[in-house]
Structure formats: C-alpha cells, structure tokens
Design a protein around this ligand. Sequence first.
Ligand code: GRF
Length: 219
Amino acid sequence: MNAPPLARLAVVISGRGRNLKALHAAIVDGLIPAAIVGVLSNRADAEGLTYAREAGLPTFVVPHVDYADRTAFDAALAETLHGLQPDIVVLAGFMRILTDGFVRAFEGRMLNIHPSLLPRHKGLNTHASALRDGDAEHGATVHFVTPQLDGGPSVIQGKFTIGAHDDVAQLAERVMTEVERKIYPQAVAWMARGELRFEQGRAAFRGRPLIEPLSLDDL
Ligand code: GRF
C-alpha cells in the first residue's frame, strides 16, 4: 500500500527560527508526516533563513518595508503562500499583525504559537506581564489563527512554575526550551495526521471539540 502523501507545510518567520528548527528536526526524525515546502520571512536578515538555506529548505523573503500598507503586504505574502499550495501554514515567531482578509484565506489551516498561557497576556511583552502580575505559572499556547489577535481556539499549552529568581530573559528561555519546542511539533504532527482540525470555529481533536487546550502532561 502507498503511504499517504506528506502534508505540505509553509513556515512563516521573522526572527531566530528556533521553532522552525524544532519542526524541521521533528520532520527529519519522522515524527511529523510533512514536508516543508517553503520558509517565508518578512525580514531578509532573519536568522532563521540562514538555518533554512543550510538545511536546503526553499526560502522566500517578502519584506514588509517594500509595501505601502498592511493590506498590500498581506496580499503579497498570500500570493507567495498560495503558490506553495500549503496544507498547513505555521506562524513561528512571525511578528506582524495580519489583516482579516489574509487570515480568512488560510483559516482552519493556520497555526500560531504565543509565549503565554492564553487567554492571559495577549500581544507583546508577555514575560514582563507575567512577572508584573505575579503569575505563579507561565508557558506557551498553540492556537488556530482567527481574526481576533491571539484569540483563536487554543490547541495545546505547556506550562511551568515561575521561580523566585526568574527574570524576563530567563522566562523567555524557559518558554522556548521547556515548552515551545515540544508543543509546536506535537500540534503540527496532529494537524498533518488529520487528528486536529478546525470545525465550526472550534478546535477539534480526534473528532471531538476541544473544551480546553490539551496539555503537555496529557501526551
Ligand atoms: C517565540 O517565543 C514565539 O512564541 C514568539 O516569538 C518567539 C519566536 O522565536 N512569537 P523563534 O523565532 O522561533 O526562535
């Protein structure tokens, strides 16, 4: 019997690309039945592009500074993405707010990872916000992307207890190493296998709507 076709993955980045590396490693290890068909960046100097090129992945730069406004940039990004015919669009440290039109074009097949325990701390500076509010726990969330910024249905969260000496830099590091690089490949693997879907505006896992996000401990 033939193996089912690999899911076509487009990864959209702006920076270091540590999530991209974790995803690529999981693909190479056979944990995600997918192929990365493109790594897109809005910044030509994104460190993650260097990794992608060295790994032999196709790269595309769509510099936001070349476009008059958000709508024009999103149209160019969407055109590049459509050309790749992705089954899954993975936002991995992509630091641009997307227009509703763009989000609608990829709704249901676009995931994001956010460095907080959503719905707490949407937007930027999440680690500082968690410290400021005296949170006991911190972590990251993978969610479907909808027009509500950081507000789409959550899929999986990973968390840890904030230590007495954790500062912003330590929290950022812990979120990446203890949580993000584990939960993002897992979520993308579920999508690629068809176990995770977006149905009627909600996340559905193995045929049932998710009432609350899955957790690393459930795995
Ligand atoms: C991650 O913490 C992600 O949650 C946030 O930006 C960081 C991206 O890091 N949106 P990288 O580019 O994957 O290294």
